[in-house]
Design a protein around this ligand. Structure first.
Ligand SMILES: C[S@@+](CC[C@H](N)C(=O)[O-])C[C@H]1O[C@@H](n2cnc3c(N)ncnc32)[C@H](O)[C@@H]1O
Length: 316
């Protein structure tokens, strides 16, 4: 499922609030604790003077770590609300990944993290990434496995079914069109050199509240299905809360499996600068329990906010 532009910019990503909630929960409850953004960025060796375009920058969680590595950061997003919320002097580009407002061969590093699954025409976006990247530049694109947050999605489906609402199964949730499983193939259409790195971990919830907060942050994606079948958010949340109360009455935690991938791609067939040729897999003990087997324009230009219609990064 890709997501239409109005839904993305006027609902899911109108503001950064829901995304920030999920980021905070991942930071607080992931075991083993890992700095995910650093894990992504450190898949390449940084010179310290790269022009970095963050496509689908969202709340800007890659801005500080990219700048700390010396990158000259450009924030890009389809949503005004996201760009408006960024507290930065860096250039902000209201853009669509499928038609980037940058010159050919003008960027050293493109970040396209947890965003390609929203893009209707992924081959067009990937072709745009290849066009604007300099010959030795890198694309870093991360996403989730179709089995990411499996137990969470199972609970979502169970609650919907209990209310008589048909719902997409876990493996058809949002990461499905661009996932850990198929992402290398999608990127490989425009990049001859793609490496995949995997990271497995778990959200280990000690009580129900952060689970309910996570569900609330996804309400915009769940509630339309409920309403279409005459059900309410309160009924859905009530069911989920009851299941969690029963669970926590006899278990100290509720572990939820996480699995992410980052694809590191280049236009040329040189070996990668870090020489990593195999997936880096972090597999804590808890994951073996929670993973069953191994098995997701610019038309509102705002000059006063410093947004750019077309941006020419300075030459290096
Ligand atoms: C899940 S958030 C990821 C944010 C950030 N990259 C991160 O990893 O924290 C997805 C972001 O992609 C943006 N987005 C979706 N489709 C886009 C497109 N076609 N072009 C540019 N940005 C897009 C959304 O507005 C949202 O801010």
């Amino acid at each position: 499922m890709s997501t239409d532009k109005i839904t993305l910019t006027e609902s899911f990503y109108k503001t950064a609030d829901a995304l920030q909630t999920r980021i905070r929960i991942h930071e607080q409850y992931t075991e083993p604790a890992v700095d995910f953004n650093a894990w992504v960025l450190d898949q390449i060796r940084w010179r310290g003077d790269e022009v970095v375009l963050d496509v689908g920058c969202g709340a800007g969680s890659y801005m500080a770590p990219a700048q700390a590595r010396g990158g000259r950061y450009l924030a890009g997003d389809l949503s005004h609300g996201m760009l408006k919320g960024l507290d930065t002097a860096a250039p902000r580009l209201n853009l669509d990944a499928q038609q980037l407002p940058l010159a050919d061969n003008s960027v050293d590093v493109i970040l396209a993290n947890h965003m390609l699954y929203h893009v209707p025409n992924q081959p067009a976006a990937v072709a745009e990434f290849a066009r604007v990247l300099r010959p030795r530049g890198y694309l870093l694109a991360c996403t989730n496995s179709i089995y990411n947050l499996l137990q969470y999605h199972q609970l979502r489906v169970e609650a919907c079914q209990a209310l008589g609402v048909p719902s997409r199964p876990p493996e058809e949730w949002i990461s499905f069109p661009f996932s850990a499983e198929n992402g290398a193939e999608v990127i490989g259409r425009a990049f001859p050199n793609v490496k995949t790195h995997l990271l497995e971990s778990a959200l280990v919830f000690p009580h129900a509240q952060p689970v309910l907060d996570y569900f609330r942050s996804m309400r915009m994606g769940i509630e339309p299905e409920l309403i279409a079948h005459g059900r309410t958010w309160a009924e859905f949340e009530g069911y989920v809360a009851a299941v969690l109360a029963t669970h926590f009455a006899s278990h100290p935690t509720w572990p939820v499996a996480k699995k992410a991938a980052v694809f590191v791609a280049q236009k040329t067939n040189q070996p990668h600068s870090l020489g990593i040729n195999q997936a880096l897999v972090l597999m804590p003990h808890c994951c073996s329990k929670v993973f069953p087997g191994s098995a997701r324009a610019l038309e509102h230009q705002k000059e006063n906010l410093g947004w750019h219609q077309h941006y020419d990064p300075p030459p290096i």
